[in-house]
Design a binder for this molecule. Structure first.
Ligand code: ATP
Ligand code: MG
Length: 772
């Protein structure tokens, strides 16, 4: 057994071994919050608490899986019995058990955001509203915000403040849309993501016997990433912990990054008030175990600029580490190349693996340039978020079949599959069925199952055929496991055949994807950790995957991770690249309007910095394509907010190049400090980012890339950011201009037109070149 207690520092141990009563751990990034939570659960089980009576809420299902794994190492297989997962997955499970109490049945569907938006579009159309004014996205986010504040449709319609707000947004009918949306979800026996929390609150509010059952059941409630819980989530935990008062929350106010989803930092402040100031035990963890001194201090210097924060002093005893590199690129594509190159070199020089690296960006759309560049260098990567496996059309199609087999009231699944494969049932017929169901206030299936009474002609026969098919599928779900049913449906529905007949490359890929989904279902069924092997149980798991729970396509884990900073919360990587540090991108243009927004954006930057263990690189481009137009960019204000002592305008592939001086310094003959990494900076190296910013703001640099150049000498390996158009100097051939680059695996060549020596092709690993 692992002696985990001795691996903790004093305040960590205090938190782990705390007995009963509310406990709040408010601590800095990388200070062991998640570790404490994990070991606290292990400790409780060791001390006789029944794992079935522990509820632990995490940010992703993957995080829950990892935690469970660690706890298992201490207490053995009993760890499987802990109630652990995201808020959504845990409460979906409870809602399934208690569904009848709130008028649902336990096989309810979970609508993903696409389903929700598609339903909203139908409603907006049916209500005769202008879909350019009532965009599904905006309506959806208004409804979602209301649900997360526990405002139902009736309250929404009656609230004058909301009414005024909708009117000023020129969408006065959102309340009515919301009401119809809620009715239709209910009629479809479906809940959207927000409903899972909203309805849990309703369940606990209206059914005290049920609340009571769970209040007594859960002797201990734990919440990781507490700073990002919203009102709806907070209330659920408060209700559940009301009897035993054993609630342990861990969080970091400096990492609160979900205000836009209704997360409420006030929760941290309310905790003491709600559980009683004297009753709450507060533990502060300030020692960071994750990162080097440069990284921790850089993060501190950034977050110190926020006004709204609890006082903490995060420090580390880890080594000083390397300075933070700053890469400047002329364009987004060049940024991609430079970052891929830096990863390539760091792998070689530091003996790292692909999975030691992460590229973090503000928005998913930024991934493209990095993907291309990584692919060129044959570096494997994975993208978390973006268009995930489960968002692909063919996967959603089969899942819709599975959903409709389990729940024939599911309107969105119905719309997706009724004419798939083609059965000659047109949109008008489908709309007619929807409208009929709506008018009669009956589920869609009432119409579909008795179609001849409602619709005449050929369409009616086709629909009858469809209804018979679904009935035959439905008969299987209690007799066979999820895999057997799904494999049968994939075949008998005609979906597989349809894909098989498409012999294009894309068609083949789609066919393989569906096979891959079937493999995943088989895995689910074979996994001994899943007691319930029904189709319904599988669907629930799939519906609640978060972006960070992505399915691996090929099971190979050694890949560079590309993801948004939001998705990176709680994770750590040896080397981290924060990319796209430009004004209006990061901080995002949408977050520049108020101090609160800007502070949230800064917290996001703080989260990004603190993901890095050993090396951090920040980069920005001077131009990038945005909505199809080339846009000039300025470096992000955040770059300037980092205490410049920790930065180096360079790419550090050789230690010798790390002098932190700018080209400008060199050109103007300023003394270049030959400083050691441990020394304080000299005035000459200060504020170079700022000076660059001014320069970029004035004009676009005439040369495509201005990264760090070695302050002296010709260092062969310092040309890794060489690109076409750059001016160089060679020891023998003199000055010249790079015409083109040829990167082939590890071998890099440059074709250079020298002013006097003519054109030469040079192997860069040997060429004695420097960028001028
Ligand atoms: P975040 O704020 O990013 O969520 P966190 O506070 O949850 O971070 P952890 O992820 O628990 O921090 O820990 C950060 C790293 O430090 C982990 O690799 C963890 O194993 C390590 N660590 C934490 N405490 C100790 C300790 N006492 N001794 C050694 N390593 C530790
Ligand atoms: Mg954590």
């Amino acid at each position: 057994m692992i002696d985990y207690i001795s691996s903790l520092n004093d305040p960590q141990r205090e938190a782990v071994t705390h007995g009963n009563g509310p406990l709040m751990i408010i601590a800095g990034a990388g200070s062991g919050k998640t570790r404490v939570l994990t070991y606290r659960i292990a400790y409780l089980i060791e001390n006789g608490v029944d794992p079935f009576r522990i509820l632990s809420l995490t940010f992703t299902n993957k995080a829950a899986g990892e935690m469970r794994h660690r706890i298992e190492k201490v207490v053995g297989s009993e760890a499987r019995n802990i109630w652990m997962g995201t808020f959504h997955s845990v409460f979906a499970k409870i809602l399934r058990i208690e569904a009848r109490a709130i008028g649902y049945t336990s096989n309810f569907s979970i609508y993903d955001t696409d389903d929700s938006k598609s339903l909203l579009r139908s409603i907006i159309k049916e209500m005769g509203l202008d879909d350019k004014v009532y965009r599904a996205n905006s309506v959806f986010s208004r409804i979602s915000a209301a649900k997360n504040r526990l405002i139902g449709p009736e309250d929404y319609l009656a609230n004058p403040v909301i009414k005024a707000d909708d009117e000023s947004a020129r969408m006065p009918e959102v309340g009515r849309i919301y009401k119809e949306y809620a009715r239709r979800c209910f009629a479809a026996n479906a809940m959207d993501f927000d409903d899972l929390l909203f309805n849990t609150n309703v369940l606990f509010r209206d059914h005290l016997d049920i609340l009571n059952k769970y209040q007594h059941k859960f002797q201990h409630v734990m919440v990781d990433e507490f700073q990002d819980t919203n009102v709806s989530q907070y209330l659920i935990t408060r209700k559940l912990a009301a009897v035993h008062q054993n609630i342990c929350v861990v969080g970091d106010d400096a990492q609160s990054i979900y205000a836009f989803r209704g997360a409420n930092i006030e929760n941290i402040l309310n905790f003491q008030r709600d559980y009683g100031k004297d009753a709450v035990k507060i533990v502060k963890l300030e020692q960071n175990y994750r990162s080097t001194k440069h990284i921790v201090e850089a993060a501190n210097s950034v977050i110190a600029r926020n006004r709204n924060q609890l006082e903490k002093h995060v420090f580390t005893d880890n080594s000083e580490g390397a300075l933070i590199d700053v890469i400047k690129a002329s364009s987004d594509n060049e940024e991609g190349r430079l970052v891929a190159q830096a990863i390539f070199e760091a792998k070689m020089q530091e003996g790292l693996r692909n999975n030691d690296f992460a590229i973090l960006y503000r928005t998913n759309a930024q991934s493209r340039a990095f993907e291309e560049a990584l692919r060129k260098l044959s570096i494997k990567y994975r993208i978390i978020g973006g268009l995930s496996f489960y968002q692909r059309k063919e996967i959603k199609d089969l899942i819709a079949y599975l959903r409709f087999t389990v729940n024939q009231q599911d309107e969105e699944a119905f719309k997706r599959i009724i004419n798939l494969p083609k059965r000659g049932i047109g949109d008008t017929t489908v709309a007619k069925i929807s409208v009929l169901a709506s008018e009669k206030s009956v589920p869609i299936w009432e119409i579909v199952g008795n179609v001849s009474q409602h619709i005449a002609g050929r369409a009616s026969i086709a629909i009858e055929g469809f209804a018979d098919l679904i009935k035959s599928f439905n008969l299987l779900i209690d007799k066979k496991d999820a895999y057997e049913v799904s494999a049968h449906i994939a075949k008998a529905s005609g979906l597989l055949k349809d894909l098989y007949e498409d012999k294009t490359v894309e068609g083949l890929a789609r066919y393989e994807n569906v096979q891959e989904l079937l493999n995943a279902i088989k895995e689910f069924v074979d996994n001994p950790e899943n007691d319930d092997k029904s189709l319904s149980a599988f669907l629930q798991t799939v519906s609640l995957l978060t972006t960070a729970d992505e399915k691996e396509d090929d099971g190979d884990n050694d890949k560079v991770t590309l993801m948004t900073i939001h998705a990176a919360k709680g994770l750590e990587f040896k080397n981290v690249h924060i990319v796209g540090l430009e004004e209006e991108l990061f901080p995002s243009q949408m977050m520049l309007e108020s101090r609160n927004d800007l502070e949230e954006e800064r917290r996001l930057f703080y989260v990004a910095i603190t993901r890095a263990e050993r090396r951090l690189t920040m980069s920005y481009a001077e131009s990038r394509y945005h909505y199809g137009r080339l846009k000039m960019c300025e470096p992000s204000r955040f770059l300037m907010e980092v205490d410049q002592r920790h930065l180096k305008m360079a790419r550090t592939h050789t230690e010798r190049s790390g002098y932190g001086a700018t080209r400008q310094d060199a050109r103007e003959g300023r003394a270049i400090p030959d400083r050691d990494r441990n020394e304080m900076p000299t005035a000459g190296s200060m504020s170079f980012v700022r000076s660059l910013a001014q320069k970029t703001a004035r004009t676009q640099s005439p040369q495509p890339a201005v990264a760090h150049t070695p302050s002296a000498g010709f260092v062969p390996s310092d040309t890794s950011n060489l690109a076409a158009g750059m001016k160089v100097e060679h020891t023998k051939f003199g000055f010249g201009t790079v015409k083109s680059m040829d990167i082939n695996g590890t071998e890099r060549k440059a074709v250079i037109q020298f002013d006097t020596a003519g054109e030469k092709t040079l192997l860069l690993s040997f060429a004695k070149l420097r960028i001028v």
